[in-house]
Ligand binder design. Structure first.
Ligand code: ADP
Length: 274
């Protein structure tokens, strides 16, 4: 309707222009639909823990003469509160990686430090599941980018590897330099022996709030935003993320990021792009 009315008005200006305007409107509608979906998803995700907290607080009041029940309800309130905190933090992280230009304060970042930080972040969770974490090939490698964003991206991948793996398995992080046309890249591969991902789900896991198994994701404190954050960080750094997986065998998520030396050389050749 709207598009047709516009095209009727501008028809005398030529069909090319009409086509452009119609395409513009279609794109604007698509963006609007994505935004609406996102807001609906956020509202739903916020409502779940808030609703649970409200019910649990009522239960605590009703159980005031039963200290054991109060303890139990309070414990569950803590879990819901943590869930809420995680969600809000990930929403802040997502908006930051979508809005900030990461290369504004880009610097050479040591790969061994990024990896150590990511492992540290999951140490507790891995410990309780007796998951072994091992890293290799990280010495003397540097990537070019925003330290905080790169740490968040790798941290999310390692966290997922631990969360979606059974007890007593292994999570490996391997780094290496690869030569591609246009400069060297650093490849960081996170491999797990976990539940794996079907081909169909592989296409969607990088979408905001998409989870293969929402119940399982929530149980591990997942928000469905981790891989969306990873994808954004990698894209804005001029890199890419790929996934290999076999159901029931495990997954490998691979990040490719510009090497610090190569990225600096490029910046020096084109100072205006700095
Ligand atoms: P979540 O917070 O749910 O982990 P992510 O965006 O990080 O959200 O991941 C999206 C979904 O992709 C997860 O819910 C899970 O189903 C799947 N997934 C991510 N990483 C792995 C992995 N290493 N092994 C199996 N499934 C994974």
């Amino acid at each position: 309707g709207e598009a047709l009315a516009v095209s009727a008005r501008v028809a005398p200006l030529g069909s090319r222009l009409v086509l452009l305007l119609v395409e513009d409107l279609t794109e604007a509608r698509r963006i609007e639909a994505v935004r609406r979906d996102f807001v609906a998803n956020v509202s739903h995700e916020l409502k779940t823990p808030v609703g649970a907290l409200s019910l649990l607080s009522e239960a605590v009041m009703d159980a005031s003469d039963d200290p054991e029940a109060v303890q139990r309800f309070a414990g569950r309130m803590q879990i819901e509160a943590t869930r809420l905190t995680n969600l809000v933090q990930e929403l802040i992280d997502l908006s930051r990686v979508q809005n900030d230009d990461p290369l504004e304060d880009a610097e050479p970042v040591r790969v061994d430090e990024l990896v150590a930080e990511a492992i540290d972040r999951c140490r507790h969770q891995a410990g309780t599941k007796q998951i072994t974490m091992a890293a290799g090939g990280t010495a003397d490698l540097h990537v070019w980018g925003n330290r905080g964003q790169l740490a968040a991206a790798l941290g999310n991948l390692v966290e997922n590897a631990v969360n979606y793996s059974p007890a007593r398995t292994r999570v490996g992080i391997a780094a290496r330099r690869v030569s591609v046309s246009g400069g060297d890249m650093i490849e960081l591969a996170v491999t797990d022996q976990g539940i794996g991902i079907t081909d169909k789900d592989k296409e969607r896991i990088f979408e905001r709030f998409y989870r293969v198994d929402p119940a399982r994701s929530r149980a591990t404190g997942g928000t469905g935003l981790g891989l969306a954050i990873v994808k954004h960080v990698v894209a804005s750094h001029g890199g890419e993320v790929t996934v290999w997986s076999a159901e029931g065998q495990g997954s490998t998520f691979t990040l490719r990021l510009p090497e610090a030396g190569a990225a600096r050389d490029r910046a020096q050749q084109h100072p205006d792009l700095d």
